[in-house]
Ligand binder design. Structure first.
Ligand code: SAM
Length: 276
């Protein structure tokens, strides 16, 4: 286990009457750390998108492939994983430490259940840390003492906002939040983002709008489907790695895609980009 950090003292209280993003996502990935109220969100979305679980799987599989790419091809050995989610199979540190056992990871999340389980399961070795903080406050994250202590900001690192920004419902444009993050990263760093997508063409646009309606009016309350231009604005001043912003399922898939995509798979995109 990793050393004690100040954030360990944060009290945690799990409210089982309110749906949580992390637990709904866990339920979609067939995990065990969720409650009836979380599964109800998925049941509601399933009324308009029967394959909704695939949205979560495409997001998670993109995260795993992008992580492996950055650790092996990008020679990145430091990772700041914003919105880690509940521990599952193939967590970021397991993927990168298979490539490089010395690779360092800091996980960030503010869900009480993730904080509890994350500290127990994600801080598996000396090279991983978990902090509880708000990922939509870049300064708070970039100046966090555990982040500064564990990651070397004189060397490139990878910043993840995978499956997170579509849950942001604050006033600030999300592109501004990402700009502040990017400004704080060393040159040669990478950013990976996966985001709910409205392709603005039938029939998928209608599906995206229906899913958004269900998510935002569900007990979870968030889940915005942004269009291509809006998602492009999340990569300010960055060079997109081929193939650019693309459907998560089509971002360097592990093998040939022989089955037709489910409709929901047209409604989530991902990209990796580099800071020059
Ligand atoms: N990144 C993981 C993945 O792609 O598999 C998990 C994605 S999950 C859909 C989104 C995560 O972001 C949840 O664990 C949630 O608790 C976390 N999250 C949402 N808003 C947050 C915030 N303001 N600060 C910290 N974490 C947040």
């Amino acid at each position: 286990m990793a050393g004690i950090s100040a954030e360990r003292e944060t009290p945690t209280k799990i409210d089982t009457t309110k749906a949580s993003i992390a637990r709904v996502y866990d339920a979609a990935l067939n995990g065990k750390d969720n409650y009836e109220v979380d599964r109800e969100v998925l049941r509601q979305v399933r009324q308009v998108a029967p394959e909704v679980n695939q949205l979560a799987w495409d997001n998670r599989n993109f995260l795993i492939r992008a992580t492996r790419f950055l650790a092996s091809q990008g020679d990145i050995s430091q990772f700041l994983d914003c919105g880690s989610g509940l521990p599952t199979a193939e967590n970021t540190h397991q993927v990168v430490q298979r490539v490089n056992p010395e690779a360092r990871v800091v996980y960030v999340d503010n869900d009480p259940m993730v904080v509890t389980h994350g500290r127990a399961l994600l801080e598996e070795n000396e090279n991983t840390r978990f902090i509880s903080a708000d990922i939509f406050e870049p300064r708070e994250i970039l100046e966090n003492h555990t982040v500064r202590e564990h990651l070397d900001f004189s060397q490139p690192l990878a910043l993840f906002q995978v499956g997170t920004l579509h849950h942001y419902d604050g006033q600030r444009p999300p592109g501004d939040i990402m700009r502040e993050y990017v400004e704080g990263l060393p040159s040669g760093s990478y950013v990976a983002i996966a985001h709910f997508f409205d392709p603005e063409k039938p029939p998928y646009s209608e599906l995206a709008r229906k899913m958004e309606e269900k998510f935002t009016h569900s007990p979870m309350g968030t889940g915005v489907f942004r269009n291509g231009a809006e998602i492009e604005s999340l990569f300010p001043g960055l060079e997109l790695v081929e193939p650019g912003i693309t459907l998560c399922s089509q971002w360097w898939p592990d093998g040939p895609q022989v089955k037709p995509l489910d409709q929901v798979q047209h409604c989530i995109v991902g990209a990796v980009a580099r800071k020059p």
